[in-house]
Unconditional design. Structure first.
Length: 274
């Protein structure tokens, strides 16, 4: 999971989300010092001891650098900041039965405002799991360094690093037939080569006469049609495609392909960091 960078200059409004949650009986606030044990038990039981250890650092700050989501006296979610390292957001989590209601978004935005109040212009989301969520909510971007591992991938403190830098991928030559097909309901694909910062290239053959799975990617993608005729569904619009057609797909845009001729639509695809 990569680290992400998010600007704190123009944050989305939080009040509409808080008002909605209040109507559902959920409040977002900072925990009191005497609630540290309850919060630790919640995090350890719902997530991990490691996250509980990280979040405990929040109680050494004034004000406490974390927020909790409460349903009455019950903790149902949490988010911390300024714990793992200075300027870092996380960890964060919402109890399983409460997900999908905007609680995680409210906790995230509350913490970003907390970091903003500390004087930061940018924040780091450490080990971001739902990359698409953070990009959509606050325009966060993946930091394309160290394979995206960030602080969680280091064996030593950055100040005292003695290990050599990671090896860069060397040149490679791969024949298409050397890689096995990966089968999907509407297509089959082969990932052929990969490189730095999430770059990869492969081929796909779309065999279905109907639009199949709507694909979305957290990175950007380029498509080039090698053979076959078909239709492309891109961002809600349908366009004809054939040999020589090139397509750019921005991050997060739904797309699908179907064949309209007798043979599959063969496409070369390439992915790269947004």
């Amino acid at each position: 999971m990569p680290d992400m960078l998010v600007s704190l200059v123009r944050l989305p409004p939080i009040e509409p989300i808080l008002e909605k949650l209040r109507g559902e009986g959920i409040t977002i606030r900072r925990p009191n010092p005497w609630e540290q044990g309850a919060l630790r038990n919640f995090i350890a039981s719902e997530f991990s001891e490691g996250w509980a250890d990280e979040t405990s650092v929040a109680f050494s700050h004034r004000p406490v650098t974390c927020f909790v989501a409460m349903e009455g006296e019950r903790i149902v979610g949490f988010a911390a900041y300024e714990c793992t390292r200075r300027g870092y957001f996380g960890p964060t989590g919402v109890a399983e039965g409460y997900r999908g209601r905007g609680i995680g978004k409210a906790l995230f935005l509350a913490c970003l405002r907390g970091l903003q109040d500390l004087g930061y212009t940018y924040a780091i989301i450490g080990g971001a799991g739902p990359v698409g969520f953070y990009r959509k909510v606050a325009g966060a971007m993946v930091i394309p360094m160290d394979g995206g591992r960030g602080i969680y991938g280091l064996e030593e403190d950055p100040k005292f690093l003695s290990s050599p830098p990671p090896e860069l991928p060397g040149p490679s030559v791969v024949g298409e037939e050397e890689v096995a097909w990966e089968e999907h309901p509407d297509r089959r694909s082969r990932d052929l080569v990969s490189g730095l910062w999430g770059f990869s290239l492969g081929v796909a053959e779309y065999t279905s006469e109907e639009f199949g799975e709507r694909q979305t990617h957290e990175d950007q993608e380029v498509l080039y049609v090698v053979s076959g005729s078909g239709e492309l569904l891109l961002g809600g619009q349908v366009q004809e495609i054939g040999p020589g057609t090139a397509v750019y797909v921005p991050p997060g845009v739904e797309h699908a392909i179907r064949r309209t001729g007798q043979e599959p639509v063969k496409v070369v695809y390439a992915h790269g960091s947004a």
